[in-house]
Ligand binder design. Structure first.
Ligand SMILES: [Fe+2]
Ligand SMILES: [Fe+2]
Length: 284
């Protein structure tokens, strides 16, 4: 079995040190193949926050794959924000802002959605460029045919529609619809994101009009599942406990299990948030 964890919005600078220790212990105990860190490692991109994030990464036994969040670009040093927005990230976390990690049964591709500025006032909102979307196919080159394809980004792609804190459309990453269509084309199975500090799942499917055409030539509709992770450590929770997502892959099936902090221990949800069979399992 391949086991990944998606750990999001750690926000070092607002963490509880005791809970941090339990999280490191829990992630090491799970014998993970990869820990995905989907942005907002810090609260305000201060060097001491990045140092604590680095220490956290160093103490994990599994390799990590990280993409930046909006909080990981300094809000205080404007020249640095404009001209070297990832200086601190690169020094403490890694050179590559969009890393990839491939194994026999999973291909994980990072996308950087954090922006140093936008032409609108809200700089916390994320965006994907046309070039990032166009380049997606090349990012998956070399992935095994039966590998589940996973995208990692900080900002959300789909709203939570019925939840207590229904997502505001402006929290959704810019060009989300275009990106989701490209994810369908590239047969992406799962998108993991954070930013909202809420755990939920949503799905995107080829629109029916296109699907009818596609079905005629014998190819099934492709479904992209989006999962959001809560904040793993920050006290800035939105009515939910601290949580992360455990992703388990075995025999062509992928399951996502939220794991939440009860105040005493990390507890895995009774039922998976999503269960996905690899498309090749249902098509010859
Ligand atoms: Fe966050
Ligand atoms: Fe964020």
């Amino acid at each position: 079995m391949t086991r990944l964890a998606q750990v999001s919005d750690l926000h070092f600078g607002s963490e509880d040190p005791a809970t941090t220790e339990t999280l490191i212990h829990e992630l090491n105990r799970a014998r993970l193949d990869l820990v995905i860190l989907s942005g907002d490692l810090t609260l305000a991109a201060r060097n001491d926050e990045f140092e604590r994030a680095r220490d956290f990464i160093d103490r994990l036994e599994a390799p990590t794959l990280s993409v930046p969040g909006n909080h990981d670009i300094t809000p205080w040093n404007i020249p640095e924000r404009m001209f070297q927005p990832y200086k601190r990230w690169r020094r403490h976390v890694g050179e590559d802002l969009e890393p990839t990690w491939f194994s026999d049964d999973v291909a994980v591709v990072g996308l950087n959605t954090a922006r140093r500025m936008r032409f609108k006032l809200d700089w916390s909102r994320g965006s994907l460029s046309r070039a990032q979307i166009r380049g997606l196919g090349a990012r998956f080159e070399g992935a095994a045919r039966h590998a589940f394809r996973i995208i990692v980004a900080h900002h959300p792609f789909l709203e939570e529609e019925d939840g207590e804190f229904a997502t505001k459309p402006k929290a959704i990453v810019q060009r989300a619809q275009r990106a989701l269509a490209a994810f369908v084309d590239e047969r992406v199975d799962l998108v993991t994101a954070g930013h909202l500090h809420r755990t939920y799942a949503a799905a995107f499917q080829t629109p029916p009009a296109t699907a009818a055409v596609v079905t005629e030539v014998g190819e099934p509709q492709h479904r992209v599942t989006v999962i959001q992770a809560g904040t793993a450590l920050s006290s800035r929770t939105r009515g939910e406990a601290n949580a992360f997502n455990l992703i388990e892959i075995e025999a062509g099936r992928m399951e996502v299990h939220p794991v939440s902090w009860t105040g005493v221990k990390w507890e895995r949800a009774a039922d998976p948030l999503v269960r996905i069979d690899h498309p090749s399992a249902t098509t010859p």
